[in-house]
Design a protein around this ligand. Structure first.
Ligand SMILES: Nc1nc2c(ncn2[C@@H]2O[C@H](COP(=O)(O)OP(=O)(O)O)[C@@H](O)[C@H]2O)c(=O)[nH]1
Ligand SMILES: [Mg+2]
Length: 393
C-alpha cells in the first residue's frame, strides 16, 4: 500500500488530521483494520469510480455513489523540532519513521499561533512560512547524516576490484526507500567523482537533498486555516510549490457528525448537509466549518491526500477484473479492487501489483471498456478497467 506520512512541528494538528483521515466512515464502509497501530492507519484517496459508466453503482464498500475511496497508509509521527536530525526532541525516531513513506504531508500551523518548537504563542505572532523550510532542512540533514555515517563503508568497498559506486550508494540508501533507479536518476543530475575519497560534506549533502526531493516529496498542509490571519495561506502558497489550505479540526467535526447520523457528507465534498437534530453550539460550530469550506473548496484534508497521491506522485487508479463484460471478480463483485499505479504503468505492471504469480504468468490483457486486447506496453490511464489473463488465474 502507498504510504503517506504526516510531518511537522508539535501542535500543528497532525494527530487531528490523522484522526479525521483514518476515522471509519459508516457511510463509506466499515474497516476493521482502520487502525493498524497507534500511529499507522488506513486512509483513502478519492477518485471517480468507473461504475458511474455502468447502469448501476458497484456497491463496493469503498464506493459511495460513484465516489471511490482507494486505501493508502497514513503515518502520524512525533512532532519534529529544529535540530531533530541531531536527535533533538524525538528527532531521530521521528525521522526514521519516515523511511517507508512515499510522500510527506508537512502539516503547518497557518494561524501562526505556535512557535518553532510548537509551543503556543499569541495568534499571528509567528511566521508559519519558516515551518515550510525547516521540515525540508531537517529531512535533508537527516538523510545527509545517514550518507555520512555510511561513507567509511563505501570508501572501504572502493578498494575492492569489484567495486561499483552506484551499487554502493544504493546499498546505503535502500534503507530510506530509495531504489537503484532513484540513485541513478539523481546521480545523472550531479557532477561527481566515482572515487568516494574525493567526496566532501557538500557533495554528500547535495546527494542527500536530491534523494530526499525525489523519494520524499512534500505537500504543505496549511492547517488551522479557520483561524489563520489574513494573508498567511497566500504567503505559504508563495513559499512552497504545493500547498493545500485545511481545517483538520473541521474535518474531524464533520466525520463525527456523520458518524452520529446528523450530517450528510463524504470526505472531499465541498459542502455538507445537516440532516439531524443538533444543539445550538453544534450548529454554530458546523456553520463556521461551512464558511471555511466555502472559502477553500472543502476542509482540505481529503484534498491534501489527493494532491499528494494523484498530483505529486502522479498515480493512476486501475481496476483489475476477471469478467470483462460485467467488471466483476470470480464471486460476482463489481469492481472489487483498485490499485494506485505509476502513471507510466502497463498491463504487466498491474498484473504484478495484483500478485507476483499473476505477473510472472502474464499472457495478455483486455480493456474491459471496449473488450479489446491491449499490448504489453499499453499505457494505462486513470479509471481503466482491465482483465489480466495469466497462467496463474
Ligand atoms: N482552530 C484549529 N485548531 C486545530 C486544527 N487542527 C488541530 N487543531 C488544534 O491544535 C492543537 C494541536 O493539535 P494536534 O492534532 O494534537 O497537533 P500535533 O501535535 O501536530 O499532533 C489541538 O488543540 C487541536 O484541537 C484546525 O484545523 N483548526
Ligand atoms: Mg500528535
Amino acid at each position: 500500500m502507498l504510504s503517506v506520512a504526516l510531518a511537522g512541528k508539535p501542535n500543528a494538528g497532525k494527530s487531528t488530521f490523522y484522526k479525521a483521515a483514518t476515522m471509519a466512515d459508516v457511510d463509506v464502509g466499515n474497516y476493521p483494520f482502520t487502525t493498524i497501530d497507534a500511529n499507522r492507519g488506513v486512509s483513502h484517496v478519492r477518485t471517480r469510480c468507473p461504475c458511474l459508466d455502468l447502469d448501476e453503482r458497484c456497491g463496493n464498500d469503498d464506493c459511495h455513489d460513484g465516489k471511490r475511496y482507494v486505501p493508502v497508509e497514513l503515518l502520524d509521527v512525533a512532532g519534529l523540532v529544529p535540530g531533530a536530525h541531531e536527535g533533538k526532541g524525538l528527532g531521530n525516531q521521528f525521522l526514521d519513521a519516515l523511511s517507508n513513506a512515499d510522500v510527506i504531508l508537512n502539516v503547518v500551523d497557518a494561524s501562526g499561533g505556535t512557535n518553532e518548537e510548537g509551543e503556543p504563542v499569541e495568534a499571528g505572532s509567528y511566521d508559519p512560512v519558516q515551518d515550510v523550510e525547516f521540515v525540508e532542512t531537517e529531512m535533508d540533514l537527516w538523510l545527509a547524516s545517514i550518507v555520512e555515517d555510511n561513507w567509511e563503508t563505501v570508501e572501504r568497498g572502493s578498494r575492492s576490484p569489484e567495486f561499483d559506486f552506484e551499487d554502493a550508494l544504493t546499498d546505503v540508501l535502500t534503507g530510506v526507500g530509495a531504489t537503484e533507479y532513484d540513485v541513478m536518476a539523481v546521480l545523472r543530475e550531479m557532477e561527481y567523482s566515482t572515487d568516494p575519497m574525493a567526496w566532501d560534506d557538500a557533495d554528500r549533502e547535495e546527494l542527500a537533498r536530491r534523494i530526499r526531493e525525489r523519494t520524499k516529496p512534500i505537500v504543505v498542509v496549511a492547517n488551522k486555516a479557520d483561524v489563520a490571519p489574513e494573508g498567511n495561506v497566500e504567503r505559504l502558497r508563495e513559499a512552497a510549490d504545493r500547498v493545500v489550505a485545511a481545517t483538520a479540526e473541521g474535518e474531524l467535526a464533520l466525520r463525527k457528525a456523520v458518524e452520529a447520523g446528523v450530517v450528510d457528507y463524504d470526505p472531499g465534498d465541498e459542502e455538507f448537509e445537516i440532516t439531524g437534530e443538533l444543539s445550538d453550539a453544534q450548529t454554530k460550530g458546523l456553520e463556521r466549518v461551512r464558511e471555511v469550506m466555502v472559502e477553500f473548496g472543502g476542509t482540505g484534508v481529503q484534498a491534501a491526500l489527493d494532491e499528494a497521491v494523484y498530483d505529486l506522485l502522479d498515480r493512476i487508479t486501475v481496476y483489475p477484473v476477471q469478467n470483462e463484460t460485467r467488471w466483476t471478480d470470480g464471486q460476482g463483485n463489481v469492481l472489487p479492487d483498485a490499485f494506485l499505479l505509476r502513471n507510466d504503468a502497463t498491463p504487466p505492471d498491474l498484473a504484478f501489483a495484483v500478485h507476483s504469480d499473476i505477473g510472472e504468468g502474464y499472457l495478455h490483457a483486455v480493456d474491459a471498456r471496449d473488450g479489446r486486447r491491449v499490448g504489453e506496453d499499453h499505457d494505462l490511464s486513470e479509471g481503466d478497467v482491465i482483465k489480466v489473463v495469466s497462467t496463474a488465474n
